[in-house]
Write a protein that binds this ligand. Structure first.
Ligand code: FES
Ligand code: FES
Length: 510
């Protein structure tokens, strides 16, 4: 065993001694110092930016930084930012809807704070480039850039009940709006777990390994960490035979939510929810982690936090099911889709004339609960056959239309009483980003054994800041019951993007 030197690090003005020089800065900050605003979205991949802190004033991802490399240096986290500066950022993000689940936000604020402190006039293109070190799945980037422009020009705080209600309707799960959410205090299970929790992570044999901390649990699990493949993703289903006005083949798509699944439980208690501040686009509704935490806590008579790494989440989490379909202008057609509970009903809810064939495939699990799964594809095919988007009506009864070119996306949405237009706009921009990204760039490579090969968060193809057309949202006046509008926007923008790209028969179109 090699000799461990004692190191010292200054964190937010306080000096700490460390004996384990192999510990990452992220693990040290979260497990040893207890700073939970520094998030773990992909460690040890170093690709999502959620764990960004300042090292001697420079932004750096802490999950790939061993503590020995920052010995004697000064670390600043959100907790150590000047109070006034922190508040200005929190207000700016809150006022434009630049934070939804809030998981990515503290890391982005740390990077912005470092950029701002450089003292020079910063061009907006540089701000967008700085975001290339980050991933946000909720907001679609535009409002984050707006927050940069807004900082220091406070107009009061957006923290109303109506804003949170609109966020929860759009997120289809409890979502709060407020300064604490922006600052990383969304109440995520991995942050609220008691400090004496055993940590449980999936091992390579289908079981769970436990440790006193994340590093120990992962070492025991002996997992090889994620990688991406250079093999291109090929849509797995053949088109139905026929003479169709429009055809489309899609692939498995990773929902790519930033906060991986986690839940903790006391012995004999009820597990915490992995849906603390957002619904992960429907993907966490059947997450296994609460029951794993419960049974391990009962077995070991200790509180247990069950948590997935990014790679676990890609391997085990549900995907958007692939389809291959052909339809005609008269609304008739055939969609073949990976066998998925509820998907036939989802398609028939908007397109009763389309025949659905479920196909058994080797591949990751799929879910019809993921945003607009099935019904969006049916609407998109119908729009492709007609060569125009028209108005998309969701199964909820909301409506949306969209016009798309390479520079601009125009959206119109009607979804009952808006409650808070800023929040609704933010969710519509996020949905537009997810739709554009899906059509042009996203898919997962799955090998012949059904194993996902794209295991890093950058390999999903999520479109970065600076690569998105500008999004304009028009909210149609409506006094009716408030209903989800962003899913209809998602379907409308995907249809308009596909038509703009020439209704190519396979996605992603590039
Ligand atoms: S957790 Fe460090 S970059 Fe993702
Ligand atoms: S707000 Fe960025 S990932 Fe949710």
């Amino acid at each position: 065993m090699k000799d461990q030197k004692e190191l010292s690090i200054k964190v937010d003005g306080k000096v700490f001694s460390i004996n384990d020089e192999d510990l990452t800065l992220l693990d040290f900050l979260r497990s040893e110092v207890g700073i939970t605003s520094v998030k773990d979205g992909c460690s040890p991949q170093g690709q999502c930016g959620c764990c960004t802190v300042l090292v001697d004033g420079q932004a750096r991802v802490s999950c790939v930084t061993p503590v020995r490399r920052v010995a004697g240096r000064e670390i600043t986290t959100m907790q150590g930012l000047d109070g006034e500066i922190k508040n200005e950022w929190a207000e700016a993000f809150s006022q434009v809807g630049a934070s939804q689940c809030g998981f990515c936000t503290p890391g982005i604020i740390m990077r912005f704070a470092a950029l701002q402190k450089s003292g020079k006039q910063v061009e907006i293109e540089k701000v967008k480039r700085s975001l290339h070190a980050h991933l946000c799945r909720c907001t679609g980037w535009q409002t984050i850039v707006e927050a940069w422009e807004k900082v220091g020009k406070s107009e009061g705080i957006i923290e109303t009940k109506e804003a949170s209600l609109r966020a929860s309707i759009e997120g289809r799960s409890t979502q709060k709006i407020g300064l604490d959410i922006v600052l990383g205090m969304g109440g995520f299970s991995s942050d609220t777990a008691p400090s004496n929790c055993l940590i449980a992570v999936p091992d390579s044999s289908g079981g769970w390994s436990l440790g006193e901390n994340l590093t120990e649990a992962r070492n025991r699990a002996q997992k090889i960490q994620g990688r991406r493949t250079t093999v291109n993703a090929v849509p797995p289903i053949e088109l139905p035979p026929g003479d169709w006005d429009a055809v489309l083949k899609t692939n498995w798509v990773e929902p790519g939510y930033l906060e991986t699944d986690s839940a903790w439980c006391e012995p004999g208690g009820e597990p915490s929810t992995p849906l603390a501040n957002g619904g992960a686009f429907g993907s966490k509704l059947e997450s296994p982690v609460p029951e794993v935490a419960r049974s391990l806590a009962n077995k070991y008579k200790r509180p247990v936090l069950a948590i997935l790494s990014r790679e676990d989440s890609v391997r085990l989490g549900p995907k958007r099911p692939p389809i291959a379909g052909g339809v005609n202008k008269n609304g008739q057609g055939v969609i073949r889709v990976a066998r998925t509970s509820g998907i036939v009903d989802a398609i028939h809810s908007v397109a009763p004339e389309i025949e659905v064939e479920e196909i058994d495939l080797r591949g990751p699990i799929t879910s019809s609960k993921i945003r607009a799964a099935g019904w969006a594809e049916a609407q998109i095919l119908l729009c492709g056959a007609l060569g125009e988007v028209g108005t998309i009506i969701s199964p909820d009864g909301s409506s949306a239309s969209a016009e798309v070119d390479d520079r601009r996306i125009n959206i119109s949405v009607r979804c009952g009483k808006p409650l808070n237009e800023m929040v609704l706009r933010s969710y519509c921009i996020g949905a537009a980003h997810m739709a554009w990204s899906w059509v042009t760039s996203e898919s997962l490579t799955v090998d012949e054994n059904g194993e996902v090969q794209d295991l890093t968060i950058r390999s999903f193809g999520i479109v970065r800041a600076g690569e998105m057309p500008e999004v304009h949202v028009e909210i149609e006046p409506d006094k009716g019951k408030s209903i989800n509008g962003s899913d209809a926007v998602f379907a409308a923008v995907a249809a308009a993007t596909w038509i703009h790209k020439g209704t190519l028969p396979e996605w992603p179109t590039g």
